[in-house]
Structure formats: structure tokens, C-alpha cells
Design a binder for this molecule. Structure first.
Ligand code: GLU
Length: 444
């Protein structure tokens, strides 16, 4: 154990189901926590009471469980308002939050004027300039304040991001962010920082779209007298058409399940997408944990291609152990059966059809009647053992002069009804003597 073990958090808002971008953030947080022997917290950003739903909370937990992500603790922002109140009071005393009284319409008009004059639409800090009398007058009119965090604008905000490298921003180009609404409810920015401090978060890993938030939040950490965490801002996902497609933006675990994608395949794909490490069919996630390295992450957007994911899924499936799939296999399938048949499916739900080759009923395809009659008679006369296929085809080769495809294909067609499929030797043993002889019966 290191002195300061890693603590990361995955912080979705339960206002919808997780989409592939969220899943990627969760996976990368989890792999990093595993690599460093740290903890992974699920933080539910449910300050938006109107849009947060329990159904989504359950969905998020279910999705993480499906991915096999171990959650070491769960927190909910809606239960932490006392901590937010206390920190807010401290910031108020320190003059780092101030009340503002503009309506949304007033702010909008001001922004439009600034833009029309070619000025950046930055909040003019009118709220900060109000006298006590002016504030009292506004309150007497029935206005309630919303609250902004006052940015220090003396120097640039700079930090070293684990993915983006050196980041530097001019706070004067940013508006003081609103942290609390008129009705006392919280916006995401400040509670997130208070949580990160209280929960001892060492690394904030999230999408690049939060980069500006991070600059602002760095000042919040400082204002609260806390050491800021390290940041890793992941480049966003894009599709071939350029930006994140609507479909990709809404595709979540249910979508990938319907495509037959295994959790390990989604993890293997998303862990390596947008990195300089190859996307490869790993057989367990440990390989991804071991090779995890921030210096391998690209700054440029990562190109998400569903076809690459499904191809990877098939490759991974062909190497999965019986234990990984056991509870989803048809009744009666053994570990040997899985080894014999797994190479014949592109997705796991195809296994039922392939399993039918063993259990039947199948529709034998018999074109060369005379040959199959001979084959049946030879098989019937041979003692049955594990090497039956080899001995059977050996005798047939000698007796008929056939070899290669001419010898094997009619046998496969008669025994399985298909031109392609699992290796015949072990398959024939699995089909068994009686069923094999029955399938070789030429209909009269
Ligand atoms: N709830 C925020 C989001 O989903 C959290 C961002 C963060 O990781 O701080 O975007």
C-alpha cells in the first residue's frame, strides 16, 4: 500500500441511463483504481431533484455490476446538503460567493449587447458592486438572490493534466459561475468540489468537456483551503461522421447487450480506444489493468466504431473460459462442449443454434446417397471410441478412394446439416453413435 492510496469517483447524474461516454469514464476510473490498488466511489450527482429518478440510480448500479466494476462506496449529493451549507457559509464569510439579482432575461439581454459590441459574454459582476441599500431595495421588490463564486482574476489558472498536458486559462475570460439558485438549490460545480475534498478524491477522471469547469473548480479547492486532486480529462468520443452521433450518445448497456457484446469486450474496447495501445482480444481484464498508463492516452478525439467493437467481441468470445459464460449456456453444455463449439459463434446467443448440432434435431443434407449408405455401414461396423472419426474416414478413404473435401464434406452435411461448423472429430463423439447412425439414414 502506498502512503496516499488512490481514490477516484465516477459521478453520473441519475437523470438518464448511462451512455457509452459515461461507461468509458467509469471503466477508465475503475482500471486506474485497480492498477493503483485504490478505491472507486460511485457518486450520484442528484442535486437536480426534478430530473433525478430512482429508476436511473438502479440502472447505473446495474450497468456497473454488468461491467464487473467493483464499487467501494456510494455517495449521494442529495444527502450531503448540510456539508454544502457549511462550506457555502465559509465562502460567504471569505467574500468568495456573492449574491446576484438579475433575472435570466436580463442576463440574456446583457450578453447579447456584449456580443453585438464584439465583447466576450462574460458576467460583468454587477452583483458584486451592489451596495447594501441597493440589495435591500431589490429584496424588498421580492427578488431573491442566486449566488456566484468570485474568481480570482490576477493570474492565469494553470495545471498539469494527466491526459491534456499543461493547461492554462485566463480566468478573466470566464464568468463567475453561479453555484446556487434563487430557491437555494445547488448547481453541480461547488458541491462536486466539496465532495471531492470530503471524500479524499485523489484523481478526478472525466471528459474533456469538463476542462473549463476544472479550472474554475481549482479556485474553489483553494478557496476552501484544500489541496486539489490531480485531473485527467479524457478526449471525447467521435464517430466517422465527425461528431458524436445521436445514436452513440444514447447507446448504453442495453444497446450493447442486444448486439451480443460481452462486458469484457466493451471494457477492452473502451479502455484502449483513443490510446496508443492496441485494441486487442484480451482474455481477462488484468491485461488491461497492467498496461494502463496515462501517458498512452491521446489528446485527439477517439473514433468509436461499432463494427470494430463487435469484431473484437467475437474474437474475445472465442477465447472466453467456460466459467465466464457458463450461466448463459444452454442446459447440458459442458466445459468440453464450450471449447468445441465456441469458435463457431459470433455472439454468445448464437450458441443455442450451434448446440443443436449436438442435441438435434437437425435436417441432414444427403446428396450422394450411395456414399452415405457406405459410410453408414462402415460406421456401424466399427467399434466406437474417441478416435472414431479418424478411423472411420480412414476406412472410407481406402474403400472409396475419396479424399479431402470430397470425403469430408458429405459426411459433415449428413451429420450436421451444415457445410461449416465445429471440428468433426470431437463433434462426432459428442453426437454419439446412435444419433450419428440415425442422421446417416438415407430417407427411403
Ligand atoms: N455529474 C457530472 C457529469 O455527469 C460529473 C462530472 C464530474 O465527474 O465531476 O458530468
Amino acid at each position: 500500500m502506498t502512503e496516499n492510496p488512490t481514490v477516484v469517483r465516477f459521478a453520473p447524474s441519475p437523470t438518464g441511463f448511462l451512455h457509452v461516454g459515461n461507461l468509458r469514464t467509469a471503466i477508465i476510473n475503475a482500471l486506474f483504481a485497480e492498477k493503483t490498488g485504490g478505491r472507486f466511489l460511485l457518486r450520484l450527482d442528484d442535486t437536480d431533484q426534478a430530473r433525478s429518478r430512482e429508476e436511473y440510480v438502479d440502472g447505473i448500479r446495474r450497468d456497473l455490476a454488468w461491467l464487473g466494476i467493483r464499487v467501494d462506496g456510494e455517495e449521494r449529493q442529495s444527502q450531503r446538503t448540510a456539508a454544502y451549507e457549511a462550506a457555502f457559509e465559509r465562502l460567504k464569510t471569505a467574500g468568495r460567493v456573492y449574491p446576484c439579482y438579475e433575472t435570466a432575461e436580463e442576463l440574456d439581454i446583457r450578453r447579447k449587447i456584449q456580443l453585438s459590441r464584439g465583447l466576450p459574454p462574460v458576467y460583468d459582476r454587477a452583483g458584486l458592486k451592489l451596495t447594501d441599500d441597493e440589495r435591500a431595495k431589490l429584496e424588498a421588490e421580492g427578488r431573491r438572490p442566486h449566488w456566484r463564486f468570485k474568481l480570482e482574476t490576477d493570474s492565469r489558472i494553470a495545471f498539469d493534466d494527466l491526459v491534456q498536458g499543461h493547461v492554462s486559462m485566463d480566468p478573466a475570460s470566464l464568468s463567475d459561475p453561479v453555484v446556487r439558485r434563487e430557491d437555494g438549490s445547488w448547481l453541480y460545480m461547488l458541491p462536486s468540489v466539496i465532495d471531492d475534498v470530503d471524500m479524499g478524491i485523489t484523481h478526478v477522471v472525466r471528459g474533456q468537456d469538463h476542462l473549463t469547469n476544472s479550472a474554475v473548480q481549482l479556485q474553489m479547492f483553494e478557496a476552501l483551503g484544500a489541496k486539489p486532486p490531480a485531473f485527467a480529462h479524457l478526449a471525447l468520443l467521435s464517430t466517422k461522421s465527425g461528431e458524436l452521433s445521436k445514436r452513440l450518445g444514447s447507446a448504453g448497456v442495453e444497446h450493447y447487450k442486444a448486439l451480443g457484446v460481452e462486458p469484457l469486450a466493451l471494457i477492452a474496447y473502451l479502455a484502449r480506444l483513443g490510446t496508443s495501445l492496441p485494441i486487442e482480444p484480451v482474455t481477462d481484464r488484468q491485461a488491461l489493468v497492467e498496461t494502463f498508463d496515462w501517458s498512452r492516452f491521446n489528446k485527439a478525439n477517439a473514433l468509436f466504431d461499432e463494427a470494430d467493437l463487435t469484431t473484437l467481441n467475437t474474437k474475445i468470445l472465442h477465447h472466453l473460459d467456460f466459467a465466464d459464460v457458463q450461466d448463459r449456456l444452454p442446459e447440458g453444455m459442458t466445459a468440453e462442449d464450450w471449447l468445441l463449439l465456441r469458435g463457431n459463434v459470433n455472439r454468445l446467443d448464437e450458441i443455442a443454434a450451434v448446440w443443436k448440432i449436438v442435441t438435434g434435431p437437425i435436417a441432414p443434407v444427403i446428396e450422394d446417397v450411395a456414399f452415405i449408405e457406405t459410410a453408414r455401414a462402415v460406421l456401424d461396423a466399427l467399434p466406437w471410441a474417441d478416435d472414431i472419426w479418424k478411423r472411420w474416414t480412414g476406412v472410407l478413404k481406402e474403400r472409396t478412394g475419396r479424399k479431402g473435401k470430397e470425403l469430408f464434406l458429405p459426411l459433415r452435411l449428413a451429420l450436421t446439416g451444415e457445410a461449416h461448423g465445429p471440428e468433426m472429430g470431437p463433434l462426432l463423439v459428442r453426437i454419439g453413435r446412435e444419433a450419428a447412425l440415425e442422421r446417416l439414414c438415407v430417407p427411403q
